[in-house]
Write a protein that binds this ligand. Structure first.
Ligand code: ATP
Length: 236
């Protein structure tokens, strides 16, 4: 059984149908990438999955429907979205930003344990724990956004363009980190314009164009597909 399933999902803004009849699965322990050009509907699909936009069709998580559940209830089920803009609190310390991510954990010792786990994964965040989030570099801010999401102990992380605006070296580090989330048993739905890096990191991929899934397959098959290489993957 899939961890997350979208079945025939459509999302509209006024008269524009931005996502049309999308069906997609994320299995437990998998990293699944959705690639596609600017404006294809990737962000819209993520927001609707999280309950931030109304949708037609059905989303199920661990076999039960999410229809009617608000964002908080979806977070409680174990889904966490890291939005494109990262939405950190610039005037708060790194540590406080992380602790805010754990608001759904019940006890203080759980919060401390989660914090230690994040520091272990991101030693840079530990070094900078007292610094204001606004003083971090772009890459460190993305690490902090990932770390904060992990504080909620999610089963599924939805990442919207985690590499956006970052230097190539940092992008590689971010994708290595995403790959390592498998060790924590966290599944990932990854939305990216950086199609090559996304498919290199993923187990399975979907191609979204003008609101529709036009292709899907194992990531290592897609990455060798001549049509995709021409459209999205560049020469290399
Ligand atoms: P990008 O990578 O640029 O974010 P995307 O694949 O995530 O692209 P979306 O942002 O989901 O694409 O946009 C899909 C379509 O919906 C686009 O045509 C966009 O213009 C439209 N759209 C997005 N947000 C809104 C909105 N708030 N109101 C109306 N139309 C919107």
């Amino acid at each position: 059984m899939a961890l997350l399933s979208l079945r025939n999902v459509s999302v509209s803004y006024d008269k524009v149908e931005a996502v049309r009849g999308v069906s997609l699965d994320v299995d437990a322990g998998q990293i699944v990438s959705v690639i596609g050009p600017n404006g294809a509907g990737k962000t819209t699909m993520m927001l609707a999955t999280m309950g931030l936009l109304p949708l037609a069709g059905e989303v199920t998580f661990e076999g039960s429907s999410l229809t009617g559940l608000d964002v908080e209830e979806r977070v409680e089920r174990g889904i966490c979205l890291v939005p494109e803009k990262r939405e950190l609190f610039a005037d708060m310390s790194v540590a406080d930003n992380l602790i805010l991510g754990s608001y759904s954990l019940k006890d203080r010792s759980g919060v401390d344990a989660a914090l230690q786990q994040v520091y272990q994964r991101f030693p840079r965040l530990q070094e900078r724990r007292r610094q204001k989030a606004g003083t971090l570099s772009g890459g460190e801010r993305q690490m902090l956004a990932l770390g904060r999401a992990l504080m909620a102990k999610p089963k599924l992380l939805i990442l919207d363009e985690p590499s956006l605006g970052l230097a190539p070296l940092i992008v590689r580090e971010i994708f290595r980190t995403i790959s390592s989330l498998r060790e924590l048993g966290v599944s990932v739905l990854l939305v990216e314009q950086n199609a090559r890096a996304a498919l290199e990191t993923a187990d399975y991929g979907y191609v979204l164009e003008t609101g529709e899934i036009v292709q899907q397959g194992k990531a290592d098959t897609l990455i060798h597909d001549p049509k995709l290489i021409a459209a999205y993957l560049g020469g290399g």
